[in-house]
Design a protein around this ligand. Structure first.
Ligand code: LMR
Length: 331
């Protein structure tokens, strides 16, 4: 009997096609919902990577901080417990690359097109190079549009921010512009924001429409200003040792999958956020506010010192690159 089972098992092993060999597993951890630009991008990458490698690679996507929260996922990547992440550029200081925070400067990108052009130019490449010495390889930039800002009172004039506690995601640039508005910023993991807003640990936050909607932040914030004062973008990163250790043909297939997943993500980001904003409005759970030209100018003036301050944080080199690219007037 046991002999017979063994014979059957050996026969099965011999006739099983090569694809049944253990695939290379890429764990892709992130903190947002599947139903967001980044969530959809990660699933698109999974679909294409598995297709182009004929199943030799399996991509496991862990959304919504289900595997690791913000800080932990960076450590996990360095340790090799996960292979791929797409953190926002506001979260790169723990990797030793605070230059990425230059992209968080307020009112830096005047529209979606300016943003897209900048990231395809020298700034994007220069920032990737900053990761090399950290054992991290940058593969792509993924878009998630512009930040809104919210609280339980209307935020119309800079003075409305006075004394309020705002959750920020990690960037010292955001820390600085919230301080310039007279508010008190506080870094907090994305997965903790809803509860912190609900219980009043913080008074407000900033994020994109797709993140507000999928995390239900709009249900615990009475007023949202559609200010679009800063931009949210991600850098898809991998552990260099893992990536460079892949067979060249597999890596080429994964590069192709990543290029296509990137085009896809960046092509849907704008519409996803427009749809999310429409859904927030339709929910009737919060009041949306839009700034007049004069009000926007007052916010810009109040936040302007961030540019000068940024030099000490991110260095002149990246600021020169950004300003040249975008023709931004530094003060
Ligand atoms: C945040 O923490 O607010 C964002 O970085 C979350 C995300 O990944 O979009």
């Amino acid at each position: 009997m046991w002999k017979w089972i063994l014979v059957v098992a050996v026969a099965a092993a011999i006739t099983t096609p090569a694809t049944a060999q253990s695939p290379i597993v890429i764990k892709f951890s992130h903190v947002v919902a599947n139903d967001t630009p980044k969530g959809k991008g990660a699933l698109k990458f999974k679909e294409l990577a598995e297709k182009y490698t004929s199943g030799k690679v399996r991509v496991e996507v862990y959304p919504n901080s289900s595997l690791y929260k913000d800080k932990e996922e960076i450590e996990a990547l360095q340790l090799g417990s996960v292979q791929m992440l797409a953190p926002s550029t506001a979260k790169f200081a723990p990797l030793g690359a605070k230059e990425f925070e230059a992209l968080d400067l307020p009112w830096l990108f005047k529209d979606d097109e300016t943003y897209a052009k900048a990231m395809k130019g020298p700034v994007g490449k220069w920032l990737f190079q900053k990761l090399e010495s950290k054992g991290i390889t940058g593969l792509a930039y993924w878009d998630n549009g512009f930040h809104m800002v919210s609280a339980n009172r209307p935020l119309i004039n800079p003075s409305d921010f006075q004394g309020l506690k705002f959750r920020i995601s990690g960037s010292k640039i955001a820390d600085q512009y919230f301080r310039e508005l007279g508010s008190i910023p506080q870094i907090m993991a994305f997965s903790e924001v809803y509860q912190a807003l609900q219980t009043g640990v913080v008074d407000g936050c900033e994020n994109t429409p797709s993140n507000y909607l999928t995390q239900k932040f709009h249900e615990v914030q009475k007023h949202i200003t559609v200010s679009y004062h800063a931009h949210l973008q991600y850098t898809v990163i991998v552990n260099s040792k893992f990536w460079n250790g892949l067979p060249a043909d597999i890596r080429a297939q994964l590069d192709k999958a990543m290029d296509e997943a990137t085009d896809y993500t960046n092509s849907i980001a704008r519409k996803e956020n427009e749809d999310a904003l429409a859904a927030i409005k339709a929910s009737g759970r919060t009041t949306l506010h839009y700034l007049s030209d004069e009000q926007r100018a007052a916010w810009q003036k109040a936040m302007a010192p961030t540019y000068k301050w940024a030099k000490g944080r991110v260095g002149q080199a990246v600021l020169d690159l950004v300003t040249k690219e975008l023709d931004v007037q530094m003060n």
